[in-house]
Design a protein around this ligand. Sequence first.
Ligand SMILES: [Fe+2]
Length: 101
Amino acid sequence: MDAIAGESYEIATMYPEFLSTANTADIPLALTTLNYAFRTEQRHKALYEKALAALQANQVNTLSSDYYVCPTCGNTYDATPPKRCRVSMTSSDRMQKISAV
Ligand SMILES: [Fe+2]
């Protein structure tokens, strides 16, 4: 629950403020990077919520044992990723596969 709360804060408060500051300062690279992080944190929150729901329902075995992380933006997929990352358009060939032990 703490992880979900942390992601919620980042999505609702932290990244919107960072994006506003970068926009005001007119720093396009910062805007791109922060937008990647903002969108990726939304995905992370959803994955945490999914894991918590599975845990509470005693259905952890329904969760994926393989995750794919985009090296560009950190977006995470709990199934085979699309050909290009939905956030950064990075090729799925570059995704790092993380498997449960
Ligand atoms: Fe990405």
